[in-house]
Design a protein around this ligand. Sequence first.
Ligand code: NAD
Length: 451
Amino acid sequence: MSNSKPVNRRQFLEKSSLIVAAASAASGARPASAQLNNSAAVNLKPVRLGFIGVGIRGTLLMDAAVGIAGVEIKAVADCYKGHLERAQELITPPPAVTGDYKEILARPDVDAVVIATPDHWHLQMTQEALAAGKHVYIEKPMTHRWEDGEAFIAAADKSGKLVQVGSQYTSMGCAQKATQLIKSGQLGQVTLVEGRFHRNTATGAWYYPIPPDASPATVDFKGFLGSAPAREFDLRRFFQWRLFWDYSGGLPTDLFVHLVTATHQLMGVQEPESVFSFGDIYHWKNYREVPDQMTSMVKYPEGFVLRLSSTASNGHPGPVLTIYGSEGTLEYTGGSFKHYYEPRTEGFGYSTRSWPKATTARFKELMNLNEGLSPLDGAVVADPVEYKSPNDEDSTRAHVRNWIEAIRTGGKPIEDVRFGHHAALVGHMCNLSYKAGKPVRWNKTTRKVEV
Ligand SMILES: NC(=O)c1ccc[n+]([C@@H]2O[C@H](COP(=O)([O-])OP(=O)(O)OC[C@H]3O[C@@H](n4cnc5c(N)ncnc54)[C@H](O)[C@@H]3O)[C@@H](O)[C@H]2O)c1
């Protein structure tokens, strides 16, 4: 996310939120993405996709899918007409479009669906899609409430269909290499992991611009609400839904979930023990319910703590994760990482400064120390080693491809519903702790959060 600030944030917010039915602006269409319908040429069984929710993320997922050989986008559902029009501009041949996602599930020419709707829809749409016999790619966070995790698992197990949870961090180019490095013990004992996700723009704080043609004629607000509490027509809720608890879990489930996913993968763990959070609305105060800053500590039974932080008012770049071990440190971004060796040099001068000269001299002799009062066979300081992904495939495309290949081969997706449940669970526990003002625990036996 860029560090640059909008010229005038207040003006931007006021203007953007006042737009209700202004004249339609030119859309700035870019060249349509031709689907790689070359399945016959490469002897692949086609996988025919339907998309439910083609807003910001769904559009990126369509971009990712059209680059995968043998994938065909047959139909698209959304509650805003502009997103449906855009899908038809972008995809060649243009997919069928509908405002009713159930029509996608009823189509016999759709094998699998990609769901990229707001979080409160994830469980219901996944259950219905699996019951209709479709494989599912469900965007992160898998759940909107931690209680929904088991229902996801039951639905996936019962259906026998493949569910990929859409945290593309698991498909990052360096994920396997970093996981192996930690597993092989090269970092020694890891007791601390730090993850950060900072931003400093209106978009980064989720005040997404409202399209000038948005109105009751182009937006199905009731369709968006679904089982969420009834509300009057409200374009902020529709386009900026992350600001409101009814549809989103804020920073922990939207952004921490990526850090938690990467940590669970790299450290080979899944379930937390307890979580403690601090959060507040410090900077972006306009009509938001969810904090714009959150810091949480997650304790794992495997013997380490994950410290997570996110602010929406500073975009200082840094590694996504830092993993601290007794023998080394890893600065991890997903596409690359730096491995630092931990020299562990001992320096006795700190203590012997308070000793008489003769005592220090005797100690130096007994301990075989150098003039700096460090052991003569002390650790060698080595330069950090940097690893880069061996390929430049976009991680979202790699993640969708992993799902498509699992569908074709009957294999397993890289991020299944159990993994997705536990990654989102940590985010929900962060919010529960923030709201309760005290630590919350995960009871592994009852599989319940204790507040
Ligand atoms: N993996 C990632 O890095 C990543 C990045 C961004 C978003 N996401 C996830 O993707 C999801 C969507 O986020 P977004 O930023 O694209 O939001 P968005 O608001 O841009 O898009 C959501 C779309 O869902 C549509 N929708 C809502 N209810 C619907 C319904 N009942 N039927 C059909 N369509 C419906 C809306 O009309 C909208 O177009 C969220 O769960 C989010 O967490 C993941």
